[in-house]
Design a protein around this ligand. Sequence first.
Ligand SMILES: [Zn+2]
Length: 58
Amino acid sequence: MLHKICPRCGSKKVKWIIPQNWSTCQCYDCDYTGPIVEGDDEFAEEIRESYLASKKEE
Ligand SMILES: [Zn+2]
């Protein structure tokens, strides 16, 4: 099963902001706006982990 995933934080809580442009979405979790990626739960988890890791380094 594929989900729309925020490429920055791996969240699946994204919404379309431009109906004419399906690839541009906003993420509820990190306020990312831009092209969205599609992937399964494993892929989302990978992004999530690297996002959390990069946040820790700040
Ligand atoms: Zn996000």
